[in-house]
Design a binder for this molecule. Structure first.
Ligand SMILES: [Cu+2]
Length: 141
């Protein structure tokens, strides 16, 4: 008699937020494009607004409220992304790109944090103290 044991598969999709330190948990690297790292000889197919136009995300933190919340933001690999932050508390912005990036939020208005994402995929932008996801960047090649 075969005694079948079902292996319990732990769900690997651990959403960031069960602790404030979520360095690796949302490492959702899209590996489908990893097989072709170099495309030799073809001129850039992109129409090219990526370099000139930055994606600007206005973030407001006031009285414990964060805006926007759980938004979605389209971006392109290499495109400048600017987080403009008005806050009344200190916090930490965590960009779950590869590698991840962190920005210290001060309790002041008019802060700007600029970065780029070089690996396509979904990149969560989180506030660790507030424990909120501001937006998820949908970064295309
Ligand atoms: Cu995080």
């Amino acid at each position: 008699m075969a005694n079948l044991r079902l292996a319990s598969v732990a769900a690997a999709i651990a959403l960031c937020g069960f602790t404030t330190g979520c360095a690796e948990s949302a490492d959702t690297v899209d590996r489908t494009s990893a097989a072709a790292p170099t495309t030799v000889g073809s001129s850039t197919a992109a129409a090219g607004p990526a370099e000139s136009e930055a994606v600007v995300i206005d973030i407001k933190i006031a009285d414990g409220n964060v805006s926007p919340l759980n938004a979605r933001t389209d971006a392109v690999v290499g495109q400048p992304i600017v987080l403009r932050v008005d806050s009344d508390v200190a916090d930490e912005l965590h960009v779950h790109s590869n590698p991840d990036q962190e920005f210290t939020v001060e309790p002041v208005t008019g802060q700007e944090f600029r970065f780029t994402v070089m690996v396509p995929g979904q990149v969560a932008v989180e506030l660790h103290e507030a424990d909120r996801t501001v937006t998820t960047l949908l970064v295309r090649q």
